[in-house]
Design a protein around this ligand. Sequence first.
Ligand SMILES: Cc1noc(C)c1-c1cc(NS(=O)(=O)c2ccccc2)cc(C(=O)O)c1
Length: 130
Amino acid sequence: EEQEEDVLRELRLFLRNLTERLMLDRRFKAFVKPVDIEEVPDYLMVIQKPMDLSTLLSNIDEHKYVTIKEFMSDADLIWQNALEYNPDSDPADRHIRHRACALKDTMRVIVRDELDKDFQRVCEEIRESR
Ligand SMILES: Cc1noc(C)c1-c1cc(NS(=O)(=O)c2ccccc2)cc(C(=O)O)c1
């Protein structure tokens, strides 16, 4: 009902603000847009589910996420894919893995510090009721 839509609107505001802050962080420039398949032709042979910050933003606006868990499941793909596709010990791979780990840590700290636990539970109850 209307109160539920108010809750989901507030979740979307939080998720948009989080995603936009990550997009502005220059450490995460490589994660802003989908990996360019023309530049990285074998990418889709290695990575089954590509994800990036712009796609997250589109998903938010399409009301894809009803809980923080659903959002984090997609958001985690960004750094998980980067670790999987860039496993080697050369400096370029190590650099993108370092940025991937920074993305993982930064997201988790923002969610832990800024998303109210009771609010998360209300979102979970809306998901379970649908
Ligand atoms: C993400 C990601 N996952 O695997 C890799 C590899 C990256 C990644 C993606 C991008 N952006 S891009 O796909 O548009 C591009 C790739 C190669 C040359 C020019 C552009 C940049 C970088 C980077 O290190 O700068 C790394």
